[in-house]
Design a protein around this ligand. Structure first.
Ligand code: OAD
Length: 234
């Protein structure tokens, strides 16, 4: 059990494992493949420049999988944690689904973007909610400026969003817990090393992550089974 005292500030990092019990496959769980493509081949600026229809095809498929998914007890436990800790909890997810929000988490930082948002690839128009059809569009949608509308996703080779806010929260946290993330994709994989020594560090998931040695303790098992009983709040 993780004891949370009155002065503690908690940073939670979630990865695709937290949504696995909701039926959304993890990245490395499907061998990092979609059809015959490596995911890196369809989730990159290079792929967008070469074949934007293929990219939309991939994200349309992911939208339809995510649209059918419902939050599981792990998402619900994190929403409940927020209801108790309020702004002493910082929830940072690498996931692009909206299951934390569906579970009623209020403040969720999506460092890799959001599946149900799009943005222009040319102008500075902010990302906007986009629930358009889950079939790949026949034509690439266009912005008023003439640019192409792309998924609001941080692709391989791009810089994750809101890193300033993330590091401010990492610098202040006293408890750090990573849930369902294999610890191989940077920069998230190095967050635990950044806080180690200052914060208590925990991992939750069925397998050891690649960065297991950085954690004080690993809780081995499915997030939906472990998280609901994990936190003891003073
Ligand atoms: P991975 O697929 O690399 O890792 C998923 C982790 O979830 C593994 O360590 C599994 O052991 C664990 N897992 C599986 N089922 C679980 C369960 N029921 N409860 C808890 N854990 C479980 O996915 P991520 O680490 O999230 O980036 O990948 C990080 C990033 O790499 C993703 O955000 C994505 C990807 O490429 C972008 O799209 C930019």
């Amino acid at each position: 059990m993780i004891h949370i005292g009155r002065q503690d500030r908690v940073f939670i990092l979630t990865g695709s494992g937290v949504s696995a019990e909701s039926g959304i496959p993890t990245f490395r769980g499907v061998g990092g493949m979609w059809r015959n493509y490596r995911i890196e081949e369809v989730a990159s600026p290079h792929a967008w420049a070469r074949d934007p229809r293929l990219v939309w095809d991939f994200y349309s498929m992911r939208r339809s999988v995510a649209a059918a998914a419902k939050p599981n007890p792990a998402h619900l436990a994190l929403a409940e944690l927020e209801s108790k800790l309020a702004d002493r909890l910082f929830l940072c997810t690498q996931n692009v689904d909206n299951l934390h929000e569906q579970a009623r988490s209020i403040n969720v930082l999506h460092m890799h973007g959001e599946l149900f948002k799009s943005r222009c690839d040319s102008c500075r128009r902010p990302p906007f909610p986009d629930h358009r059809g889950y079939e790949a569009p026949a034509e690439i949608p266009r912005c008023e400026c003439g640019g192409r509308i792309r998924p609001h996703i941080c692709w391989f080779g791009e810089v994750p969003y809101e890193m300033d806010r993330i590091f401010a929260a990492l610098n202040h946290c006293t408890v750090f817990a990573a849930v369902g993330t294999s610890g191989v994709v940077e920069p998230a994989a190095s967050f635990v090393a950044h806080v180690r020594g200052r914060a208590r560090t925990y991992y939750v998931g069925p397998e050891e992550p690649a960065n297991a040695s950085e954690f004080d303790q690993c809780y081995r098992g499915e997030a939906g089974k472990i998280l609901p009983a994990l936190f003891a709040i003073e």
